[in-house]
Design a protein around this ligand. Structure first.
Ligand SMILES: Cc1cc2nc3c(=O)[nH]c(=O)nc-3n(C[C@H](O)[C@H](O)[C@H](O)COP(=O)(O)OP(=O)(O)OC[C@H]3O[C@@H](n4cnc5c(N)ncnc54)[C@H](O)[C@@H]3O)c2cc1C
Length: 285
């Protein structure tokens, strides 16, 4: 029997009133009560002696290179950047392994409308190859406080590869393409005419790509990184694990606890077989 109810694993979820960034802002405020956070800091080089990281060279907002020494380094930057940033350079086979780990990129186009709501959904996926974007979400359906009174926002996600045709389009062309595809969807009357603003963001590393055979170069890199007794990799991009925010945060907290003497298995944070399963899809629908 055909059932038109969309299949979903959950019926509701809690979401921060002013958006997901509230979580990291709140954590940052706690950290800054006693410590310092350097924002807009880009790690460029990890100086090492073969068994320990000695210092990190990073670029500040003004493009100046600064140096920081620590007893231990917890890194959530992409694992490939860690490998390429080592000085002296990692062995050629490790650098070659890093070339085999790739990330899927994302272009995000946000359009703002002069109507209070466009859809009633959290996400809509578009597997249709004729439609350029792969997913839409409407943040005002997650929290009304994310938009001004009477306004709404749709966020269009283009899954792509850095440097490809979509990635290279300028902002105006991306907005134009989005509007063209949007006008073919019957989401809301005269939607393209109701756009009052737009914004484009490009994310180079959005998803680790689990290509066939990726475990071989990943394992090779992980074994090599273990040579550095004071370097811990963590997070989705740091460990090349397709984990979500909850597990990324858990991994970071456990990494910090390990510094205090605990022995958590960081790579096992997502090992619970019940995770993402919930009730069988048919009974959840
Ligand atoms: C489109 C999209 C939707 C998602 N939706 C959800 C969702 O609904 N629920 C969920 O739980 N998860 C979701 N995720 C996954 C979630 O965003 C990640 O799991 C989480 O952000 C990983 O945390 P992290 O700290 O490992 O990495 P990040 O949050 O990416 O933090 C790593 C940081 O390192 C910085 N960085 C990179 N290179 C350098 C460098 N060289 N020097 C200094 N800093 C550097 C980056 O700028 C970034 O700020 C989504 C991800 C994407 C891409």
């Amino acid at each position: 029997k055909r059932n038109n109810t969309p299949k979903t694993l959950i019926e509701s979820f809690r979401y921060p009133r002013y958006g997901i960034g509230e979580i990291s802002l709140r954590m940052g405020a706690r950290i800054e009560a006693e410590n310092r956070i350097f924002r807009r800091a880009r790690v460029r080089t990890l100086l090492h002696d073969g068994s320990r990281i000695m210092a990190v060279l990073w670029e500040d907002e003004k493009g100046e290179i600064r140096c920081h020494e620590a007893t231990h380094y917890l890194s959530s930057i992409p694992i490939t950047e860690v490998v390429r940033g080592l000085d002296p350079p990692a062995p050629p086979e490790i650098l070659a392994a890093a070339e085999r780990l790739r990330f899927r990129s994302l272009v995000v186009v946000a359009l703002f409308f002069d109507c209070p709501q466009v859809t009633e959904t959290s996400w809509i996926y578009f597997p249709d190859p004729q439609i350029g974007f792969g997913r839409i979400h409407e943040p005002n359906n997650w929290s009304r406080d994310l938009v001004p009174e009477g306004r709404s926002c749709l966020v269009f996600e283009y899954f792509c590869t850095a440097g490809d045709e979509v990635w290279s389009l300028d902002d105006a062309a991306l907005v134009e393409r989005t509007l063209a595809d949007l006008s073919r969807l019957d989401l809301h009357p005269r939607l393209p005419e109701r756009v009052i603003d737009r914004c484009v963001v490009r994310l180079r590393n959005a998803y680790p790509i689990y290509e066939i055979g990726f475990k071989e170069p990943l394992g090779r890199i992980m074994r090599y990184i273990r040579n550095f007794s004071n370097l811990t990799l963590m997070g989705r991009y740091g460990t090349y694990k397709y984990i979500n925010m909850d597990h990324s945060i858990e991994m970071g907290m456990k990494a910090a606890e390990n510094l205090l003497g605990r022995r958590h298995d960081l790579l096992g944070v997502d090992a619970d077989p019940a995770y993402l399963e919930g009730p069988p899809l048919d009974s959840a629908a």
